[in-house]
Design a binder for this molecule. Structure first.
Ligand SMILES: O=C(O)COP(=O)(O)O
Ligand SMILES: [Mg+2]
Length: 227
């Protein structure tokens, strides 16, 4: 059961959930590849590599391009010099700001748990003027563990005042990493279907799906009421 008598914390994923950031990630990846004389990857290829954080992204880029595995560290460092403040090609999905505002006004403590490193995460939240809405932000480099390990999501809920071992609340995300993380953490998962998942919706475990943030406040209300 997940019944909350006060509005319970709602924690969000970032890439593919609140924002469509693949155009910026794609541009930063290709800028690094260009330096190494490697042909650019397509937007679809890069989208397929997002979700597990920057280290995994570059393991996948290396696997696809044939760049040497030993170069991983330097490639990531070179990527981060571009990625840390990359916001120009990123867009909020429609109705995100409104939905976050409605939930905040109704008293839901809001948090963020993303595999994106904290630097670019903060840059994005500031760029879109939504940083103040989140009481706790956990990035892909905040802890030694990353999603789907439950530690980051537990830390996000704990930062919002929930019991870290048995958090009450809801996690909202777009990918298989989020689905597994919510299940490992023991909280209901709401799936945004227009993000970067590769699995068909009907094969994913979730407590509700939505394709427009205008529908999220009601879905959160229903999910936190029935558990
Ligand atoms: O940076 C990534 O690979 C994914 O980030 P996300 O956890 O916000 O989807
Ligand atoms: Mg995501």
């Amino acid at each position: 059961m997940n019944i909350c008598f006060a509005p319970c914390p709602v924690v969000f994923d970032l890439d593919g959930t609140l924002i469509d950031s693949v155009p910026d990630i794609h541009a930063c990846v290709n800028a690094v590849l260009r330096l190494h004389g490697v042909a650019p990857l397509t937007l679809d290829q890069v989208r397929g590599f997002v979700g597990g954080g920057v280290d995994l992204l570059w393991r996948r880029v290396i696997g696809t391009t044939g760049l040497p595995a030993e170069a991983h560290r330097d490639l990531v460092a070179s990527f981060m010099t571009r990625y840390h403040d990359a916001t120009g090609l990123t867009r909020l999905y429609p109705n995100v700001t409104e939905a976050l505002g409605i939930l905040a006004d109704r008293g839901y403590p809001l948090g963020l748990c993303t595999n994106k490193p904290l630097g670019p995460t903060r840059a994005i939240l500031d760029h879109f003027g939504i940083a103040h809405l989140f009481g706790m932000v956990i990035g892909g480099d905040s802890l030694p563990q990353r999603k789907p390990d439950p530690a980051p999501l537990r830390a996000a809920f704990a930062g919002l005042g929930a019991d870290p071992l048995k958090p009450r609340g809801v996690y909202v995300g777009d990918s298989e990493f989020d689905e597994e993380c919510a299940s490992n953490t023991g909280v209901p998962f709401l799936l945004f279907t227009h993000g970067y998942r590769k699995t068909p919706v009907e094969q994913m475990a979730h407590h509700g799906t939505f394709d427009d943030f205008a529908h999220l406040p009601l879905l959160v209300e229903e999910t936190s009421a029935v558990g």
